[in-house]
Design a protein around this ligand. Sequence first.
Ligand code: IVH
Length: 677
Amino acid sequence: MAPPDADRARALREQLRAADHAYYVLDRPLLSDAEYDRLMRELVELEEAHPELRTADSPTQRVGGAPSERFGRVVHREPMLSLGNVQTDGELDELDARVHRLLGLPAEEPVRWVVEPKLDGLAVELVYQDGAFVQGSTRGDGVNGEDVTPNLRTVGRLGANRGVPERLAGAPGAPGGRVEVRGEVLLQKKHFEAMNQILLRQGEEPFANPRNAAAGSLRQLDWRVTATRPLSFIAYEALAVGPEPWKHHWQKLADLAAWGFETNEENKLCLGMGEVKAYRDRMAEHRFELPYDTDGVVVKVDDLDLRRRLGAASKFPRWAAAFKYPPQEEATRVKAIWASVGRTGILTPVVELEPVRLSGATVTRATLHNEDEMRRKDVLVGDWVLVRRAGEVIPEVVKPLPERRTGEERRFEFPGACPVCGARVVREEGEKVWRCTGSACPAQLVGKLRHFAQRRAMDVDGLGEKLCAQLVERGLVHEFADLYAIPLQTWAELERMGEKSAANIVAGLTRSKQTTLRRFLYGLGIPQVGEATAAALAGHFGDAERFLAAAEEDLAAVRDIGEETAREIRAWTAEPQNQRAVRRLLEAGVMPAPEEVSARGFFAGKTVVLTGTLARRSRDEAKAEIERRGGKVSGTVSRKTHLVVAGEEAGSKLAKARELGVRVADEEEFDRLLAEG
Ligand code: IVH
């Protein structure tokens, strides 16, 4: 049986993974940076104290966002590294001293540094072949990016800036062959605000900040949506295959501009750390006047030969670093506090603020997380508070300013009943949160439907928050299964719907019936059952009926499931109303298929194409190996292919893979991936 630490570590992993996914894939952050850091620290500490709890796929073990499966994969020829942070003058001096040491430069001879504002957008790579733009991708996890070529072609077309040129100008300057240009896709502040206004008018949710808006706009499945967003591109790096034509980074920046890219006019060549620090201080003042968000300055060694000699550690180059600004804070007034009710019935105190400009956006709301946090921070209605956007993302109340109190302020009392359905609210012993006990609470139901329909669960495209709220308000849905019974005409008559969107939803619902048990169990929103637990349950029980019938001991026998989780799951499945909800879904034609194979590892859920002659195994053997690990083997290469395994004399499929930027593995790498999975 797993000890409580194991349960906690798993819960943390799931929370952090969900937060990563929300941030990197959905571009809708779930947690504030401070909260994220707190959870991450807790997990790191737990793993340090109990190394046996550290899993290979723990969020502590990796950087950046995994590329989304929605896009084709692009393997970056050279990894897109991230930057190490320096926080103090001392650390800048250390960087300078290290470079001196490595170069054998006398201390009084200054290093040439290029300093650039750290742009708060989304890093992308553009590939030019003989001067023509052929492929563009996001950074992804640094090694595998997402293919967003058609989307990138639209960047700059609305005139926000020079964008992504189709062809490099000034052919003599542009080397033949392949050039990779790296830089940041971003939204200028004024465009961000205009765009959010439009989204609000259309009844859609506005983006939290320009970074998320840029990422969300670029990472659209339909490039025509991207084309309506006024994105900019600023170039900061060029890489050529073979001998590079540049000796200095500063020269590269000049060439990038000559080819037709926008480079940052704030970039500066500095002689020695003294000039770097002066630039940083000036920029710290001046950065809010820039048309786009920045979150620091990047310091880079100018001499490229020296860069090569300095090399890179596993995640960061040794020749560059980022100096990050502390988050900006502003004072504003709390107009109201209320409790918002989520999917699991948890009441979260939310403060409504006088609108305040903060790091380039207008903030009107912040969460206080839970009652204790609200009491700890001692925030009253009417208070002046200091707010910040941690990581310039989610608004947070830092602290109230009691010296500005007038005596008119009021405490917010947590409601004794659910503000939405009126049911009793309880705070169980040892719990930090109040929960609504209403079994038919509309707010909970809306949250549940949303969770059920999300991409990682039943994957019903278009069934968002607003639509779910309408279904509940109109009494069309009381249980998941009701979704499948709504006639097309009824869908079409809902607000902001039409024949076409209605048809799409119905088609999406029909498609969702062919699902996997793992997705199905996750979508039910059972307490403690995140994606990993759902996968473990699905692998163990194989079908929904067996899962429903499982006793607490049977549940506790599942790999990675502890006693407490088992108890909570059983409490859920024992509820006749939950049993009924599941049965009705099965009756409605939902067919959760078992995945007999592993739901973990590299091949799980991936599509692989085999081509050429493999030396160590037959095609059929290779296919069986992949399928046993949860992968699918297909005969044709498309953007949806995750991997092409190329044996000897691979032909057109290999060429196609290269053309589409699909990852290619030789047999040796295939062996390695099989061993991993
Ligand atoms: S250079 C290894 N230059 O910072 C070199 N990066 O933490 C890294 N970024 O993913 C790239 N402005 O999104 C570079 N002027 C700039 C940058 C910049 C923003 C971002 C970029 C990258 C992240 C690295």
